[in-house]
Each structure stands twice: as C-alpha cells, then as structure tokens.
Design a protein around this ligand. Structure first.
Ligand SMILES: N[C@@H](CCC(=O)N[C@@H](CS)C(=O)NCC(=O)O)C(=O)O
Length: 266
C-alpha cells in the first residue's frame, strides 16, 4: 500500500516536471522576444519597444551607439547598420521596424492585429496598413521635415501648416471611429504601435520651451478634436512612454541641431 502511494507520488512528480518542461519549450519556441538591438532616441526603434511592451514580451536590450560608426559585429546583424533589429531564437534576425512590429503582431494576433483568415480581418488589416501609410506622409516627416529639412523660418512655418492641413484632410477621416484607438479598439493596435513614437516626439519637443517648431503647430493640432482625442489616449499609454526620457531626448536633438548648424556654416 505504502509502496503504491510512493509510486503514485513519484509518477505525479514526473508528470509535473514533464509539464513544466513542455511549457518551457513552448515559451522558447513561440516567444520571439529575443534580443532587441535598439537606440532609445530613435523613433523607428521605439516602434519595436512599444510592440514588445504591449505584448508583454521579455527581451534583452542591446543599445547601439549611433554617434559612431557601426562595428563589424553589428553590421553582421544588420548590414545597413540601422536600428532596430530583432534577434529571434539563435539565428533569425529581423530588421526594419515596420517588419518587426508586423511580425510580432502576427505571432501574437489578434492582440494588435486581427489574424488573417476572413474577409473582415483582411479589411481591418488593410485599414491599419493604410493608416500607417497615410500617417507617414501626413505627419511622419513633421519631425525631420521641420527640424532638419526646412532651414528658414518661412520654410519651417510652411511645413508646419502643411502638417496641420494633412492631419485634417487625411488622418481625421481615418480616426473618425477611434474609441479611443484605431477602429474603435480599446487597446493599442498596430496602427498606434507604428505611429506613436513620432507623435510623442513632436508633442514633447514642439513646445515653446525649445523653440524648435513654429509655436502655432501644437496649438493648431490640439484644436483638431478627433485627432487630439486619439493623441491624448496614445500619450497616456505606458507602453508608449516607458522608454521616453524627455531631458535626454531634448539633449540628443540639441546637439544634433547644433552639429547640423556647424556643418551648414562650412
Ligand atoms: N527604415 C528603418 C529606419 C531606421 C533608422 O533610420 N534608424 C536610424 C536611427 S533613428 C539609424 O539607425 N541610423 C543610423 C545612424 O544614425 O548611423 C526602420 O524602419 O527600421
């Protein structure tokens, strides 16, 4: 009898260990969190951070110093030398922020993006892609377009007016059913994952304190109700602001702009 009990306990323990092992294997096989090669001041890399954070994935962060040439080991990971890159498992590497976030969204569908397989899902996926695409031309270039490409005050103001007009004309219609996120979602979707880092930077660095953007830009953007409701919801998300350090980002831009000015003097 006692022998039978011991056998049963041993059997149960074995089953438990086996269960834990299977679970661990599943986590390793399915969880692509892996290793993220990133730079916290880069809006493209920030996209990957937001996706990983929204999906609750653990990953090791390797910070790439963009102020000096990439070393050979990193060029072996991404021959273009850009961040972000994501290492999955032992030898799979993904590069390009939009591809990385799309991959993560697909593996963990439907949290950020509906899985393929129905016409309704295909339509929602297409709508999200369209939003990200339209955002890129309407607002995505606001940061570099105003801070770098536009040189004179007149050029900066013209670009800022164009951004406000494009938000009203192109983005507001696509955000009409946002509640608070894209397409009526209560949680962030891939639409926000791929755009939030740019919105955050313009709102955080566009204040008069820095004087880098025409002061009417934020004022006029905030008056666009549908847009601003979406922005407020976006900027209140922990996954969006988690890696943001206002002071450090401002410092990075300050030195980038000073360097640019020096180069243009020559
Ligand atoms: N299309 C790329 C753009 C990434 C990109 O431009 N990253 C910048 C930092 S924000 C970079 O790595 N630049 C290299 C350098 O500054 O030397 C993506 O979406 O991942």
């Amino acid at each position: 009898m006692a022998y039978g009990m011991v056998l049963l306990v041993v059997l149960l323990l074995l089953l438990l260990v086996l269960g834990v092992l299977v679970l661990l294997l599943l986590v390793v096989a399915v969880c692509p969190g892996g290793m993220a090669y990133t730079n916290r001041y880069c809006p493209w890399a920030h996209r990957a951070h937001i996706a990983l954070s929204e999906l609750g994935l653990e990953f090791d962060e390797v910070s790439i110093d963009l102020s000096k040439p990439r070393e050979a080991w990193y060029l072996a990971i991404n021959p273009r030398g850009l961040v972000p890159a994501l290492k999955i498992g032992d030898d799979e590497i993904l590069i390009e922020s939009g591809i990385i976030t799309q991959y993560l969204a697909d593996v963990y569908a439907p949290r950020l993006l509906p899985a393929t397989g129905s016409a309704a899902a295909a339509l929602q996926r297409a709508r999200i892609s369209l939003f990200v695409d339209v955002f890129a031309s309407a607002f995505g270039s606001a940061l570099t377009g105003i801070l770098i490409a536009a040189r004179t005050t007149a050029e900066k103001e013209a670009k800022a007016h164009a951004v406000v007009a494009a938000v009203k004309r192109d983005l507001v219609p696509l955000l009409a059913d946002a509640a608070p996120f894209f397409g009526g979602s209560k949680e962030l979707t891939l639409a926000e994952v791929n755009t939030a880092s740019f919105v955050l930077r313009v709102y955080a660095l566009g204040t008069e304190e820095y004087g880098w953007f025409p002061s009417f830009l934020l004022k006029e953007l905030k008056e666009i109700e549908v847009w601003q409701k979406w922005v407020d919801a976006l900027l209140a998300q922990k996954s969006v602001t988690a890696i943001w350090n206002q002071q450090e980002n401002a410092e990075v831009w300050r030195s980038k702009l000073a360097k640019l000015e020096e180069e243009r003097k020559v």
